[in-house]
Design a protein around this ligand. Structure first.
Ligand code: NDP
Length: 328
């Protein structure tokens, strides 16, 4: 495993990490979640990501049980959770001081932990003043309940505003952003955030590197029954499923087929190629993967061996397939 500094901090995260969205506490039971987390840990993954909203809190519960069960040393782990959607009440959501503090406490209880290493604002909250948000995350850090705070899917403008408030008040600003990043979704990470890496030393922990599995090639000829897109009662999966049949979906699948040919040349799988392509970006601290089977993790960690094979020529042939490089 390769370990990278999380932005301009002294914290090291595994270049590949494992998250629980949709999967743990939802698509698979606790035994499978445990098996996946153990496989990840045994392969050097030290960073595990969850959120208060994942499966209504059950993801945190199942991941917490796994952490306890294996008796891993706390210092060997980097655990993150995210606050924004904590329940149905008017104060169970958003980034008010109240919800950040109460939401974090509830997450820690579900995880059976005294602290998380990383705590994210899962989305921006235009209804809460930035000063309230920055002060609340600093309070949680000062209470020892989180070590670093960050953002997820905030615009560069919003992150810049948070840093401005933090500097003015002599407080800690966000260290990392958690954006979507994969071969089909590039602009923010490759363009919009560029000033943030330099000016504030922001790190990135990116999500959906396989575009929910699409970039593994598993959907090239249909929807496998044991895949996340086959889950019936999930609005996001329904949207992704419907998207596959659209013109945009067909174009994407055609590109995945061509990426599969490049992968074959490199003697790797399409998923490994897609993950290695993410890892190639020097502004990425950690690529958060997902897995519903331990075998997927075993396959995915081998993307680190594909990374040195991504020569400028291969990167260019990938660009010729994607045709979506952001204009700088
Ligand atoms: P991916 O895009 O990598 O999708 C992961 C899924 O793809 C797996 O669950 C599995 O699904 C399938 N898969 C994984 N490896 C393989 C393989 N080698 N071959 C075939 N199929 C494979 O990542 P996620 O969308 O899960 O995102 C990763 C993490 O990022 C989440 O768990 C979460 O922690 C975080 N995240 C954060 C968000 C945010 O707003 N901050 C939003 C979304 C995610 P299947 O069961 O179908 O096989």
């Amino acid at each position: 495993m390769e370990y990278r500094y999380l932005g301009r901090s002294g914290l090291m995260v595994s270049a590949l990490s494992l998250g629980g969205w949709v999967t743990y506490g939802g698509q698979v039971g606790p035994e499978v979640a445990q098996a996946c987390m153990k496989t990840a840990f045994d392969n050097g993954i030290n960073f595990f990501d969850t959120a208060e909203v994942y499966s209504g809190g059950q993801c945190e519960i199942d991941m917490g049980v796994a952490i306890r069960k294996f008796g891993w040393k706390r210092s060997d782990l980097v655990i993150s959770t995210k606050i924004f959607w904590g329940g149905k009440g008017p104060n169970d959501r958003g980034l008010s001081r109240k919800h950040i503090i109460e939401g974090t406490d509830a997450s820690l209880k579900r995880l059976q932990l005294d602290y998380v290493d990383l705590l994210y604002a899962h989305r921006p909250d235009p209804d809460t003043p930035m000063e309230e948000v920055v002060r609340a995350f600093n309070h949680v850090i000062n209470m020892g309940k989180a070590f670093y705070w960050g953002t997820s899917e905030w615009s560069a403008q919003q992150i810049t505003e948070a840093h401005g408030v933090a500097q003015r008040l002599n407080l800690i600003g966000p260290l990392m952003e958690q954006p979507q990043y994969n071969m089909f979704h590039r602009d923010r990470v490759e363009k919009e955030y560029l000033p943030l890496y330099k000016t504030y030393g922001m790190g990135t922990t990116t999500w959906s590197p396989l575009a929910s599995g699409l970039l593994s090639g598993k959907y090239n000829t249909g929807i496998p029954a044991d895949s996340r897109l086959a889950i019936e009662d999930n609005a996001v999966m329904k949207r992704l499923r419907d998207g596959l049949g659209s013109e945009d979906g067909r174009v994407k699948i055609a590109k995945v087929v061509k990426l599969g040919e490049i992968a074959q040349e490199l003697d790797c799988t399409t998923a490994q190629l897609a993950l290695a392509w993410c890892l190639k970006n020097p502004n990425l601290s950690s690529v958060i993967t997902g897995a519903s089977k331990p075998s997927q993790i075993e396959e995915n960690v081998k993307s680190l061996q594909v990374l040195p094979l991504l020569t400028p020529e291969i990167m260019e042939s990938i660009e010729q397939v994607l045709l979506n490089k952001p204009a700088l």
